[in-house]
Design a protein around this ligand. Sequence first.
Ligand code: BG6
Length: 476
Amino acid sequence: MRDDFLWGAATSNVQAEGAYLEDGKGLNVYDTLVVTPEPGIEPQFCDTSVAVDHYHRWREDIDLMAQMGFKAYRFSVVWSRINPQGDDAPNEAGLAYYEAMVDYLNEKGIEPVVSLVHFDMPDHLMRTYNGFLNKQVVDLYAQHVRTVVERLRGKVRYWLTYNEINLCCHMPDLVAGVIKPEGMSDDELLVRLSCNVLLAHSRAVEVIKEVDPAAKVGGMCGSSPYYPLTCKPGDVAAAQFKNQMHNYLMFDVMTAGQLPAYFVNFAKQRGIGVDLTAGERATIASAAKRLDYLAFSYYQSSVTADFEELASTVEKQDAILRDNRRLSNPNLSANAWGWQIDAQGLRIFLNELWDRYHKPLFIVENGIGRDETPEALPDGSLHIEDDERIAYHAAHVAALKAAAEEDGVDVMGYLAWSPFDFLSSHKEIRKRYGFVYVNRTFAELRDLSRHPKKSFWWYQRVIATNGEDLSPEVDY
Ligand code: BG6
C-alpha cells in the first residue's frame, strides 16, 4: 500500500455526541425525527440527550484512536451546533469545540477528515423551509460551509461535502431535511431533490476552494453495488439502471459537471422539468473540475431483478427504484440486520469506479454491526471477543489491497466504521460497530466507560504493518 495511505475510522457526531442542548446547540433532524425501524427489527430507539457522551469524552476517544495508530479520523461538524437554527448567526461555542478537536488531532499526528453535513441539518430548516428541496437552504448550507472552513482553514486538509448524498430520496428527512410535499410524486421529488443536493455539493466545493485553495475536497456516496439476480438480460438491465440511479448519478455529475443522459431522459419521460438555472449549471460544471477525490461508504452489496410483468420502461424503472421484494443473494451470508457481507464486491466496485472516473477513491465507512454482550473481568474491564468483526475487516482490507496492488486502482485510504460504539442511524445502541466497547445499553446509561475490544488490537497491528499483517490471531 502507498506510504501515505490513510488508515483510520469514521464517526457521525450526531450519533455519538449527546449534549443535545448544551453550549447553544440547536436541535437537528437526527434529534427530532421519529425513525422508521429497519425491516424485521423490533426497535429500541435511544434519544440523543446523551448518546455515548462523546461531547465530553472526545479526548479520551481520540487518545484511543492514537493508540490504534490512526493516520486519519473522519468526523462531522454538527450543523446545528454551528448554526443552531440554520438561518441564524454562528455559535462560537460550537466552532470552538470543533477547532479544539482538530487541534488535538493534529497534535496527535492524525489527519482530520471533516464531513460538512451528516444527518444534522437544523430541525428549523426542515420545519420552516423543507430542507434542501428549497434552494434558500442551499444558500444557508453554503454559508455554513464558509463559516466552518474559514475557522478551520489550514488545519483541515480533507473535506467531505455531504454524507451519503445519493440517499437524499431514500431517507429525505434524515439525509436532506425534506418531507415530501403532498401531491408531489416520488419521481418529481427524485429529480428536484437530486438537482438541489448536487447544487449544494457544488457550492460547497467552490466555497472550500475559494477559502482554502490547498484543501482537498471529496464527494461522498452511500454505496451498495447491485448485482442482477440472474444473467437474464432483463435482470442485467434492471441492475444497470439501479446502479446508475443509486451508485453513479451523483458521482457522474460531480465528475462530469453535467447531468447524464439517463437522468435527463428519466425526467423527460415523466414530464418533469429540471430546475437548474444557467448560473447553477455553471457552478456544477466548475466544481467538477476542482473535485479531488471520490469517497464512499461500503457495507454490503445488493441484488435486483426485472419486473417482467410490467411492459413500459417507465413502469419498470419506477418499480425497480421502489422495490420492496427484499431480494437477497443466495451466495452471501448476512449480519443479524440482513446486511449481506461481500468483500469481493468491494474489489469489483473499486474497479468500476476507477474505470468510470479515474479519480482517487477513499473508503470512508466500512464495518459490521453486531449485538454484543461483554464479559466482565475481575479487574473491572469489559471483554469482547469480536472475531466476526476482525474477519469482516480483514476480508475487506484484503479486497481493497487486491484492487490497489493487483488491479491498479488508486485507493487513498480506508476508514472503518467505527472507532468506538455509538448510536446507529436508526438510534440503536444494540447495533455496535466500534473497535472500542462503550458501556451503555438501551435501557441503562451505566458509566459509559470505554473498553478496547479484541478488534482494537487487531486493527492496531494492521495499521502498524501498513495492511500487511491481516492474520486473525490476537493476544487479548
Ligand atoms: C451510513 C451512515 O449510512 O452507515 C452512518 O453514514 C451510519 O451514519 C452507517 O451509522 C451504518 O448504518 P446503521 O444504520 O447501521 O447505523
